[in-house]
Design a protein around this ligand. Structure first.
Ligand code: HEC
Length: 170
């Protein structure tokens, strides 16, 4: 018991020194170790999964009107970080760490689980990453439209992208 108390004390003092000396580089230019990355990824995956697995996507998730609505919002709020077919990489996209995923370069369309977790992420954001929470300013229905749209981005040409955006804005 005494040994355990000493160990706990040593850990607390070690952690306090680690913070106080400023030895940790918080800069986005100083990349995580591979093992830290793996741990953060596992934490994020599980955290999102347990919170999103019971969500039910609406039946009309693939409706053209929904895609158009999602496109207009995507162009307005997401494109500077997540890019779109026919756009150049932005300075914001390049400078962020972790880098925002580029949906139109994903190989495959997301599966059902992807729809649910994407909804949860768009609504709640992700701490310490730059991914904002949009749930305070947008309804669930608007967020499902964004989910529907990014689900289709990987198979979209520049022209189709522009057409969806134009339709959504009209
Ligand atoms: C300021 C930059 C920024 C903006 C604006 C932004 N995002 Fe993100 N987003 C990020 C970052 C960074 C991540 C990656 C977080 C991570 O790696 O944990 C992310 C992650 C995501 C993910 C999770 C993807 C995955 O594969 O796990 C989704 C979905 C998403 N964003 C959708 C959107 C949508 C939709 C919008 C617009 C309504 C948007 N984001 C606006 C920065 C941004």
């Amino acid at each position: 018991m005494k040994k355990l108390t000493l160990l706990a004390l040593a850990l607390i003092i070690g952690a306090a020194l680690f913070i106080w000396t400023g030895v940790y580089n918080i800069g986005a230019t100083d990349k995580h170790w591979a093992v830290t990355n793996d741990l953060i990824e596992a934490l994020r995956e599980r955290s999102i999964e347990v919170r999103s697995e019971d969500l039910v996507p609406p039946d009309d998730i693939d409706d053209a009107a929904r895609l158009a609505a999602g496109a207009a919002n995507y162009q307005e709020m997401c494109v500077t970080c997540h890019l779109a077919p026919g756009t150049q990489a932005t300075e914001l996209h390049e400078g962020l760490y972790p880098q925002p995923p580029v949906f139109y370069q994903n190989d495959a369309e997301h599966d059902e689980h992807g729809l649910q977790s994407n909804f949860w992420v768009i609504k709640n954001g992700i701490k310490l990453t730059g991914m904002p929470a949009w749930g305070g300013s947008h309804t669930d229905d608007e967020i499902w439209s964004l989910v529907a749209f990014i689900n289709r981005l990987s198979v979209m040409s520049d022209k189709e992208y522009q057409a969806f955006v134009a339709e959504g804005k009209s």
